[in-house]
Write a protein that binds this ligand. Structure first.
Ligand code: NAD
Length: 248
């Protein structure tokens, strides 16, 4: 496991799923982790407790990232804890909604873009002065950004926007030694992809993957910890497919 001792990290949407696994992985590698949650305060407390019990350092930070000022409030809260030095930002919080194109509503579309695109954009903007030289920003993209899977056109469009942000932010922040990348998971067994719990969902998932098992949040967290580490020091502006060889 990479060494992140002395580093500070913020993981959004860390109360469960991939964010939780990423927070635990970064803490295990030695980082102090700010465990962000939207409304699930007790779940965030449990993640903080788990990190502390293992000898790590963690604090919880709450903010609704669907609100226009959510990222600004979160950045303020983060600065009140870490001061002027954040080394790792994992923008993981996200929402998904499966719907046919004809059934997608303006409200659903706006909510998807608010949480999945607007929030990470303004979170990076607000934390830019706080990101240290050598820091690593990791967005969460999706297999859906590069392949037509499920009825996910609006969600997929948000992840396409994430991949575009990666390139523009990496280009803008490179001169400060800040790297910006994304992980693009395929199907991962979380609350978001609970169809993996049915026989049919499992078969569809395995049918599109080279590796024949359903991914768990830990499978993504390892890649996040790698991108956060000095081992990934020459990687920026990239979206790393972490999908067991999906839709090859
Ligand atoms: P999840 O539903 O378990 O977790 C989503 C997290 O985002 C939760 O912690 C939730 O509280 C947080 N969140 C959602 N809306 C929020 C809001 N308004 N304010 C603050 N926090 C909010 O899902 P997950 O699978 O762990 O998803 C994590 C990321 O991975 C998302 O960006 C998702 O799009 C992406 N992803 C997931 C899969 C998958 O199959 N599970 C595949 C590809 C990409």
């Amino acid at each position: 496991m990479s060494n992140l001792t002395g580093k500070t990290a913020l993981v959004t949407g860390a109360s469960r799923g991939i964010g939780r696994a990423a927070a635990l992985a970064l803490a295990k590698a030695g980082a102090q982790v700010l465990v962000h949650y939207g409304s699930a305060q007790s779940e965030a407390d449990a993640v903080v407790d788990e990190i502390r019990k293992a000898g790590g350092r963690a604090e919880k930070v709450g903010a609704d990232l669907s609100a226009p000022n959510g990222p600004h409030e979160l950045a303020k809260h983060v600065r009140s804890i870490v001061g002027d030095r954040l080394d790792i930002l994992v923008a993981n919080a996200g929402v998904s909604k499966a719907a046919q194109i004809e059934e997608t509503t303006v409200e659903d579309f706006d909510r998807l873009f608010a949480v999945n695109v607007r929030a990470p954009y303004f979170l990076v903007q607000q934390l830019m002065p706080t990101l240290s030289t050598g820091s690593s920003v990791i967005f969460t993209s999706s297999l859906a950004a590069r392949a037509a899977v499920g009825n996910l056109s609006a969600y997929a469009a948000t992840k396409g926007a994430v991949d575009t942000m990666v390139k523009h932010f990496a280009s803008a922040l490179g001169s400060r030694g800040i790297r910006v990348n994304a992980v693009a998971p395929g199907v991962v067994e979380t609350d978001m992809s609970n169809f993996t719990k049915t026989e049919e969902g499992r078969n569809v998932t395995l049918g599109m993957q080279a590796l024949k098992r359903v991914a768990q949040p830990d499978d993504i967290a390892g890649a996040v910890a790698f991108l956060a580490s000095d081992d990934a020091r020459w990687i920026t502006g990239d979206t790393l497919q972490v999908d067991g060889g999906s839709k090859l």
